[in-house]
Design a protein around this ligand. Structure first.
Ligand SMILES: [Cu+2]
Length: 183
């Protein structure tokens, strides 16, 4: 990946940014690719509000469930309630996709898009025109006291991971298994 001119500008603006973040290839920094594709996500988004409700509470730093099991062919309406003091993410993807997403989340916090207890903006245009965003259909950021939801139609069997990728949260155990059994 070539060094892009705006990355230099970015580095000057944010002297405190950790060096590893700046070495990320550009496509990993934003866009739905950073959150996985339909095959990896075992299905696709369904109309908002549709599906069987699976309710999950979020606190520091844990989900109220360790494992969610659904069946291929089902539409699930995940309702993620934040009962904690800080912003939490409800998102599902293969573990490797989450891992790739975590540096992006750290960068969003470093740039003030997200503070520990507030979502300032889900999109941001960087010097040079590169956009950072957190608007993929398989993830929702939820402020304290609020509820986020995702309706998803599962079409393939598999096991992926529910994770909060805010800095330090996954590392302290904010993850659960999402198992999709065959039809
Ligand atoms: Cu969290």
């Amino acid at each position: 990946m070539s060094k892009l001119p705006h990355m230099a500008a970015l580095a000057m603006l944010t002297a405190v940014v950790a060096a590893p973040v700046l070495t990320l290839p550009l496509p990993a920094l934003a866009g739905p690719e950073g959150h996985g594709n339909a095959e990896q996500l075992l299905g696709q988004a369904a109309p908002r509000g549709s599906g069987r409700v699976v309710r999950i509470e979020m606190t520091e730093n844990a989900y109220s469930v360790q494992r969610v099991q659904v069946r291929a062919g089902e539409t699930i309406r995940f309702v993620a309630v934040n009962r904690g003091q800080f912003v939490h993410e409800f998102s599902f993807a293969p573990a490797a996709v989450h891992a790739a997403h975590r540096p992006e989340m750290a960068m969003m916090m470093e740039h003030g898009m997200i503070t520990p207890d507030r979502i300032v903006s889900l999109t941001m245009t960087m010097p040079g025109g590169h956009r950072m965003d957190h608007t993929a259909p398989n993830t929702v950021l939820v402020e304290p006291g609020k509820t986020g939801e995702i309706s998803w139609r599962f079409t393939r069997a598999g096991t992926i991971e529910i994770a909060c990728n805010l800095p330090g949260h996954y590392e302290s155990g904010m993850a659960a298994q999402l198992v999709v059994t065959p039809r």
